[in-house]
Design a protein around this ligand. Structure first.
Ligand SMILES: C[S@@+](CC[C@H](N)C(=O)[O-])C[C@H]1O[C@@H](n2cnc3c(N)ncnc32)[C@H](O)[C@@H]1O
Length: 252
């Protein structure tokens, strides 16, 4: 079962139920239609930060609900002497990336990337004002403003061990013009992942729809992919899934 932490949680399904008198009503309509747009998210995180002291905002759920899908996977790749490069695409102000940095026993170089400069600035400021000690002293954590449809401009091919995506693909595939961008992100991920690396998508989309979409998108990639799914758990009546996308190698 998922843990409900003392933080703010939001899903697209819950967004649709928001009352018109809620503080974020106007933002909500904007969000649903334009979740692929930088300006939408800059407004969203600016609005959120006006509520007072910094609080991580979590789409779906936080690090502790998904750590068992992430930490053992990292541990299984940790035979290399260099830190494993981990990327959180569309990190927002989530504590997922910082959670991996803090709790991974093997050395990790965590990059939290988002198209919203507001989210990146808030995360950077929070990390500077409230530094955390990583489990492994060789681990590092950075925040970068980045359009993740252009990963190849930022990372070498076959350089990332793990890419995590909590809600970012979900947001893109459901916005008016975001579906093509989401497909491009999947293909770029396959290029920048090492051949033993993985992309994990945490999602509330049913496997019937997501697996077909992932198969179609990865077929357009130069790197073939293996795709599998497991259930993460249920939260407030919604079932969440973890999609595992790995570059296909002959050894598989
Ligand atoms: C649904 S939110 C998820 C945020 C965070 N992963 C979480 O779990 O709370 C989607 C995030 O994707 C970011 N985003 C949207 N398009 C992007 C793109 N092309 N490149 C990088 N980030 C993007 C948004 O700014 C937003 O922070």
């Amino acid at each position: 079962m998922l843990l409900l932490l003392n933080r703010t949680f939001l899903t697209l399904k819950s967004l649709r139920k928001v009352s018109p008198t809620c503080w974020h009503h106007t933002l909500t309509n904007d969000l649903i239609n334009n979740m692929d747009k930088k300006a939408t998210w800059d407004r969203f995180y600016t609005e959120n930060s006006r509520k007072g002291t910094f609080k991580n905002f979590e789409w779906f759920f936080g690090f502790h609900s998904v750590k068992d899908s992430i930490l053992p996977l990292l541990q299984s790749m940790s035979d290399s002497p260099a830190p494993l490069h981990v990327l959180d695409i569309g990190c927002g102000t989530s504590a997922l990336g910082p959670g991996i940095y803090r709790h991974s026993q093997c050395a990790v170089k965590v990059t939290c990337a988002d198209i919203s400069q507001v989210a990146v600035r808030l995360m950077q400021e929070h990390a500077e004002s409230t530094p955390v000690q990583p489990c492994n002293p060789a681990s590092t954590l950075v925040f970068r403003e980045m359009d993740c449809t252009e990963l190849e401009g930022h990372f070498e091919p076959r350089s990332l061990a793990l890419i995590v995506d909590k809600g970012t693909t979900d947001a893109l595939v459901r916005s008016k013009e975001g579906r093509a961008k989401a497909g491009r992100i999947v293909r770029q991920c396959l290029t920048v992942l090492t051949r033993s690396g993985s992309l994990l998508q945490f999602s509330d989309e049913d496997p019937d729809a997501r697996l077909l979409w992932l198969e179609k998108e990865s077929q357009g990639s130069e790197v073939a992919a293996d795709i599998s799914v497991h259930e993460v758990g249920e939260l407030r009546g919604i079932t969440y899934f973890c999609y595992l996308i790995t570059p296909y190698t002959a050894q598989h």
